[in-house]
Structure formats: C-alpha cells, structure tokens
Design a protein around this ligand. Structure first.
Ligand SMILES: C[S@@+](CC[C@H](N)C(=O)[O-])C[C@H]1O[C@@H](n2cnc3c(N)ncnc32)[C@H](O)[C@@H]1O
Length: 445
C-alpha cells in the first residue's frame, strides 16, 4: 500500500476491518495500477468488505461460497483463511464464473475449488464449517453505481427472486455442520428479500440468529414492515444504508446451525485428501503420481526453484494441466454426480505442451516469484511493453533456449520464451492487454 501512496493514492483504514483500505482519492483508477494487475488487492465497495469478516472464516476451515462470482467476498474469505483450508466456490452463471476464475488466478489463490452449477442443487454428502449465501437480488443497494436510477422490478420478479433466495438459504443450511455458521447477504433493501426470507427459515429449520456486532455504523434488521411481521430475532441482522459508509447498501444476517434432527452425515464424512488424478482425469493414481513427479522436477530445475517453496501444497493433474492447491481435504469424491461440474482447484500451475513437455504457467512463475533463480530475464518497462506488443527482443547468449521468466523490478510478471529469433512474451493475450494498460496507465490499448 505504501507504493500506492507514493503514487499519489490517498487511502484510509476502517475501524475493525484489517487489510481493508478506502480509497479517498487517486491520480488514476486503481484498476490501472501494476499492483492490481499483479493481484495484490481486489477493488470492491466498502460495505461489501464487511461480509467475509462477518462470516468469521478462519485458517484451516471448510467454507462454501454458494453464489460466488465474480469473487470479491470469496477472495476476501481466502485471505482471512490464510490461503489454507478448503474454500469451495459455486455459481450458476458460466460467464460470471470466467470473471471469478480471472480473479482467483490474478490473486493466485491456492485454496479454492470452483464448481459450476445451481446452488439449489449443490451436491450433498459433506458438511461445511461456514457457508456464505450472497444471494442474487433486486440490487436496490447498488443505486449509487447506477447514478441514482432505481431498477424498476415487478412484483413477479421480487416474488420469484425471493423464492430462489429462500431455496438457496435452505440448501446452505443443509450443507452446514451443526454448530457451524452461515451468512445470508443481499445488496438490496427490500424486506421481502431479506427479513422475510430469513424469518421463514428461522420458523422451520434448525437455525438461530447470531446477532451481528459490527464496528461500523449500521441499522438493525426489521421486525415489521408495511403490515408484515418478521421473526423478533431479526433485530440481530444488519442493514447498511449508503450514507453509513458512503458506499453501497447491504443486508446481512448471521445464522448458527443447531443440532436439530440428526445430521445427514458426520462432521468429517465426505472429506478426503485430493487425489493425484482429478476425478474425471482417467489416469490411475500411479500414472498421475509419476507424471506429477517428473513434471514438477523439470519445472523446478529449469527455474532453480527450491522444492520447499511448495511445502504445504499438493499437485493434482487433469488432462494437460497440473494444479497447485493448498494441502487439505476436499469433498469431491463424496459428491453424487449431478448438474454440477468442478472447474478448477487452486492454481493452474504447470501445462504440458503439444509434445508433452512441462512448462510453468504465468501464474506459477508469479506465485513463486521470489524463489525463481534461473531461466529468468530482467526487463525494463520499455522492453516489457515491446515484448507485450508481440516484438522479439534480443537476449544475451547465456540465456538458455525455452521457457523463461520475465522479471520487472524484482517481481516476475509472467513467462517468455527464448528462441533463435530472440525473446518473446508468452503472457496470455487478455493479461498482456491489462498489463500494457497498467504500464501505460491508459485504458486505450
Ligand atoms: C450478488 S452476486 C454474488 C457476488 C459475489 N459473491 C461477490 O462477492 O463477488 C450473486 C451471484 O449469484 C449467482 N446466482 C444466481 N442464481 C444462482 C443459483 N441458483 N445458484 C448459484 N448461484 C446463483 C449469480 O450468477 C451471481 O453471480
């Protein structure tokens, strides 16, 4: 953050919100900084930043984010979990999941398993310590971002969205272990999408409200509105209105799952270490084990990376990709096949080229930046810009042919390739465009 302040950004901290900064002023959009490109932070509204701490996720826990794209709260949860434990991200919208993956990879988050599917049909068979339901909603709280234009949702839309919200919350309760916690969040003020949804589950399911104790200005949840009466414990929910934090609106209710009727499965049932071969990969564990050992040894030796760099992590292979993820337990084998698809776990770290030769990905080289000792070329901003535009750059004769890390000001920014014709960039196109924007501080690239 000191670097941003030196660049002219004015940042302020918020009481009770560690690692959260409010940007008061800046010379250009934060999204055009090199630090943003490198994944050192995520830009979101101040009110949104309250959700992950309110859920209270801790290192080593098993956490589910049922409606996770594009990943603001998810990446915040990962940070609070110290990139450890198991964080499962679900979303129904494939296009939004692409944005989510972009953020997970940009921030190099190693403890996230991304699942595409309808949260209402999320597979059961393993229980989580904490579940976040950041539900789809009518979005009244985002009115400022829409220059004051309220979205005119029909009664029918509100009724159907409330139905979905309730089904998502009910599913989340079934997926939480007794004693575990849930956070229901929307960015709307409509009581029928907030207090009404939570009251309905309080009446029927084994949960109770855990009153939220926020360090920032907020209003309590409603117990009645326009003739409708809600559960008395809804006062323990929180409403953030735009004036509270000079930000967007937010509703949050925290619930504790009670023992109720006997849990469907035991606390640890369904959780097991990730296999070497991803469940749909087709290789045997032995084949996958051999491939992983050879590929990892080749990449580490090429870039002079000490094996200890990846202590606490595991490798899993799927088709021509090796993933690097936090060591821990994951629920994949326990989930019945259904209308869901596991997309990624941790980082895409090593890829096999068309000849089967392993190469470190751009993300792995950034992730292991400080440990990269060989097959690395230091570049200036000018040189990097030329490489990103597709030009070849001369390299000295000592640089070995093949994959090469590109390093700017001591930080690896991606992969290049050293060939007879010179050095080339292998930073993927969309990342190269964003990096060019960050280096030139201009959207017009
Ligand atoms: C408010 S947004 C989530 C924002 C996200 N949690 C964040 O912090 O970046 C709601 C998300 O719910 C997803 N969604 C809508 N219906 C869903 C369903 N039935 N199951 C899972 N996700 C759903 C939408 O695609 C959308 O990405």
């Amino acid at each position: 953050m000191a670097r941003l302040e030196r660049a002219g950004f004015r940042l302020r901290t918020l009481d009770g919100m560690p690692s959260f900064f409010v940007v008061e002023d800046g010379p250009y959009p934060l999204s055009l900084t090199l630090e943003h490109w490198a994944g050192l932070f995520y830009v979101q509204q101040a009110s949104t930043g309250l959700a992950a701490p309110a859920l209270g996720a801790r290192p080593g826990e098993r956490v589910l984010d049922l409606c996770s794209s594009p990943g603001g709260k998810l990446t915040h949860l990962a940070e609070l979990m110290g990139d450890s434990g198991s964080l499962v991200a679900c979303d129904v919208d494939e296009k939004r999941i692409r944005g989510l993956l972009g953020n997970v990879y940009r921030l190099c988050v190693p403890n996230v398993l991304v699942v595409a599917g309808d949260g209402r049909a999320f597979p059961e068979g393993a229980l989580f310590d904490r579940v976040l339901v950041d539900a789809p909603c009518s979005g009244e709280g985002t009115i400022r971002r829409r220059s004051g234009d309220a979205q005119d949702h029909s009664k029918k839309f509100r009724a159907s969205v409330a139905h979905t919200q309730r089904a998502l919350l009910e599913k989340a309760i079934r997926l939480t272990r007794p004693g575990g916690t849930l956070l229901y969040v929307t960015c709307t003020f409509a009581p029928e999408e907030n207090e009404a949804v939570v009251s309905a589950v309080l009446e029927r399911l084994p949960v109770e409200i855990e009153p939220l104790d926020l360090a920032v200005p907020h209003a309590r949840g409603l117990t009645s509105f326009e003739g409708a009466v809600y559960h008395p414990s809804m006062v323990g929910a929180a409403r953030i209105y735009p004036h509270h934090l000079d930000s967007g609106g937010l509703f949050m209710a925290k619930l504790r799952r009670l023992e109720g009727d006997a849990p469907v499965v035991g606390r640890d049932a369904g959780w097991s270490p990730m296999s070497r071969a991803f469940p749909d990969d087709g290789r045997t564990e032995d084949e996958a084990d051999r491939l992983v050992s050879d590929a990892v040894a080749t990449v580490l030796s090429r870039h002079g990376i000490a094996p200890e760099t990846f202590e606490g992590y595991d490798w899993t292979v799927r088709a021509d990709t090796l993933w690097l993820h936090s060591r821990g337990e994951w629920p994949l084998p326990a989930w019945e096949p259904g209308r869901w698809r596991a997309i990624s776990v941790g980082l895409r770290a090593i890829e096999l080229d068309t000849s089967g030769r392993p190469r470190a990905t751009n993300d792995l080289l950034r992730f292991a930046s400080a440990a990269v000792r060989s097959a690395v070329v230091d570049v200036t901003e000018e040189r990097l810009l030329r490489l990103l535009s597709g030009e070849a750059e001369p390299v000295d004769e000592a640089t070995p042919y093949g994959p090469t890390a590109l390093r700017l000001d001591g930080e690896v920014v991606g992969r290049g390739a050293c060939k007879v014709a010179g050095l080339f960039s292998e930073v993927p196109k969309s990342r190269a465009v964003d990096l060019t924007r960050a280096l030139t501080r201009s959207e017009n690239v």
